[in-house]
Design a protein around this ligand. Sequence first.
Ligand SMILES: [Fe+2]
Length: 279
Amino acid sequence: MSLIDPQSVPRLAQHYPRAPGLLRHNLAAEPLLGLPALAEAARALPREQVERRMHDAGNGEAFRMIEADTHPADAIAAGCVNDAWIMLRYIEQLPAYRALFERLLAELAPAIGPATGPVCDIKGFVFISAPGTHTPFHFDAEYNILFQIAGDKVFATYPPAPPYIDLARREAYHVAGENMLSWSPDYAAAGTEHRLAPGDALFVPYCAPHWVHAGDAMSVSLSVTWQCRRSRAVADALWLNPVMRRVGLPAYDPAAHSAAHAPWLRAAARRVGQRIGLL
Ligand SMILES: [Fe+2]
C-alpha cells in the first residue's frame, strides 16, 4: 500500500512550492508512529533532542522548556501526555525512520522534483501534544509536510511576507536559530486555518508563518522537512547579510527577487569564506 494517497500527489503538484495544501496519507497505522515505538525512539535519540515544553503558551516567550526528573519517553509509553508538548527532533537519525521518510519523499517526487529539484537535508520531527496545546506563531526555514497521526489540530498558515515575517526575522533564524514571530490580534483573520484529522497531511510552504492548536484529545503529528539547492543558497545568503552590511555592500532580500532567482554567488562566497577561515 502506498504511504500517500496517489490522488494527492498531482494535487500537490498544482500548488507546490508556493501555496499550502492538504493531502491524504496512510501513516496512521504505521507501527513506527505508534506510542510504543515513539517511546523507544525518544530513548534512542540524544536526550537534548527530546524537548518537553509548556503546552499552553500564548507566545514564544512562554513556550519554555519544562524541567522534570522523568524522561519524556515515560509519558509517551504510558500514553498520557496531558500537560506538555513533546518534540522528538531529528528522528531521521534512526535508520528505520530515515527509510520511512525516504519512501514518503519518493512517492512525492513527481510533485516536488519538477518544481524544486531533488530533495536534500531530510529531517523528521514528531510532536506529541497534550489536549489543547497551542504552538505560538513562528516559522521554519524548510519545506514541510505535517502528517496528522492521532487526535486532531488546527494549523493556521500565513503568507511568508510582511507584516507576518520580514528580512530581519529571516536573518535571525539563520544567524541565531530564532524562529518565533511577534503576534498581533490583527492577524487573526488573515490566516488560512486547516483542520487536520488522522489521515490528513498539510504541505507548509518554505518560511510560511504558522500557529497550531491541538484539539480535545492528545495529538501525534509527524513533520517531514527538506531543503532544495535554491533554499540552501538562500540560507547561505541570509547568513552572509550582516557581513555584507559591515563592508558596505547591500544585503540579500529574498522578497526582492522572483522565486526562480537564487543567490548562487553569495552562497559560494559564504562557503569559500568559511573554508579559508575568513567567516
Ligand atoms: Fe513549525
